[in-house]
Design a protein around this ligand. Structure first.
Ligand SMILES: Cc1ncc(COP(=O)(O)O)c(C=O)c1O
Length: 422
């Protein structure tokens, strides 16, 4: 589902008061919606013998939100040292954390193994001898290449840098076993923002087939399959939501059929980010300027530092104007930030209610890959993050960046390497 009408109603009712207290721009997340989506995921996969979601930390790496997700009983998918630290900060340990890095460094492996370790998911066969200590339980990320089609954001599997190829897969498990691994899992991550439930069902089917193939070749049993993230949300009002219930039903049926044939069922893991938090975040920004040249531009006080997706992927984010319903005296505009890049646009040639400086815009569905993707080009700073608690309190959960944050890396002990004498 996109931003729910319920969240929109609760937010709109309080928006003037929140803006007066905190100032714009900010992302605001909805505790109620996030917790409800966590429950919906659990329910959809209740038919599996064991289901676990590992929330993709990169989507919204804020400890207050991660703590909520942890409360719901979910683990975390991490791809960097900082994400591992954040997951541990909110209490996750050992098999609550799946570490899926790529082009991994020795330091990352060391951190992954520290403090109770984690589920290690290797991205390549060359990493097998590099893991400082092969854990008991090991997983590989599978890239099926031309066996599967991809989608717009990630592209075709055979063109993606991720994973172990079909031809390498059996050898990877054999080599890991030779280094001491005794327990095994299989992972893949092929799509992003996929709204077709069937694609994910086929991914589960593919992994179960691979589990069968590798098990026969090596005589090993798989403890889990991880079908990755990539569950889509309808960013555009006219898009149909993913059929989560149907998807859960079909995947659990595949697992049951596998059990009938093989006498056991691997645990089912998912590492969704966007589906869990995406619809439950909004970027609230104030219109500060208007400009009419060959097009009409509406300038707001947020820019790409707060939300990269439109500029980076041409992604659509629905925009509502507070107090001005859609459909009334609309004008076609580009909604722009202040970066010296022409793709710093939240909307391009979008019909919106007549907007004037001082209006508040709600840029919707920013709860995943929003604030976390922001960057500091042009010295532009990232905005604050707020959390709308179920009881109605609004909490500051990250302050806005300041120029001092931007300049912090310029404060250091001077070091100079002089050219060798002679
Ligand atoms: C390895 C991995 N897992 C999970 C995710 C989460 O994807 P999504 O937020 O689309 O579910 C990503 C996203 O980049 C990823 O790279």
């Amino acid at each position: 589902m996109p931003m729910s009408a319920d969240f929109k109603d609760r937010l709109t009712l309080r928006i003037e008061e929140i803006v007066a207290y905190f100032g714009t721009p900010f992302h605001i997340y909805d505790e109620k919606g996030i917790l409800e989506t966590c429950q919906a995921l659990k329910k959809a996969f209740a038919g599996a013998r064991f289901f676990q979601e590992f929330y993709a930390v990169k989507a919204l790496p804020n400890p207050s939100v991660l703590a909520l997700i942890r409360q719901a009983g979910f683990g975390f998918d991490c791809s960097s040292a900082a994400e591992l630290m954040l997951s541990r900060e909110v209490g996750a340990r050992g098999e609550d954390i799946m570490f899926t890095s790529n082009n991994t460094t020795l330091e990352e492996f060391q951190l992954a193994a520290a403090d109770g370790g984690c589920l290690l998911n290797l991205d390549d066969v060359t990493l097998i001898p590099k893991v400082p200590q092969m854990p008991d339980l090991i997983c590989f990320r599978y890239n099926p290449g031309p066996r599967r089609g991809g989608n717009a954001i990630i592209g075709k599997p055979e063109e993606a840098k991720y994973g172990v190829s079909h031809e390498q897969l059996v050898g990877a498990y054999r080599a890991a076993r030779e280094r001491g691994a005794r327990r095994f899992g299989l992972h893949t991550m092929l799509v992003s923002n996929e709204l077709q439930a069937d694609y994910m069902v086929e991914t589960a089917r593919m992994l179960l087939q691979e589990v069968e193939r590798i098990s026969v070749e090596l005589g090993i049993v798989f403890e889990f399959i991880n079908i990755g993230g990539g569950l889509g949300i309808p960013y555009r009002p006219e898009e149909a939501p993913l059929d989560l219930v149907g998807m859960g039903f079909q995947i659990t049926a595949l697992l049951a059929a596998f059990e009938e044939q093989h006498g056991y069922q691997p645990r089912l893991f998912l590492e969704s980010g966007r589906y869990v938090t995406g619809p439950h975040g909004v970027l609230v920004t104030t219109v500060i300027n208007e400009k009419n040249i060959y097009r009409r531009y509406v300038g707001v006080d947020a820019c790409m530092s707060a939300l990269m997706r439109p500029g980076m992927y041409g992604a659509y984010h629905h925009i509502a104007v507070v107090g001005k319903p859609q459909g009334k005296s609309e004008r076609v505009v580009d909604v722009v930030g202040s970066l010296c890049e022409n793709n710093d646009k939240f909307a391009i040639q979008r019909p919106l209610p007549d907007i004037v400086p001082g209006d508040l815009l709600l840029i919707q569905d920013t709860g995943a890959h929003g604030h976390s993707m922001g960057f500091n080009y042009n010295g532009k700073l990232r905005p604050k993050e707020l959390l709308l608690r179920s009881g109605g309190a609004v909490e500051l959960i990250r302050r806005a960046e300041t120029p001092a944050d931007y300049f912090a890396t310029l404060a250091f002990e001077p070091r100079v390497l002089q050219p060798a004498a002679g």
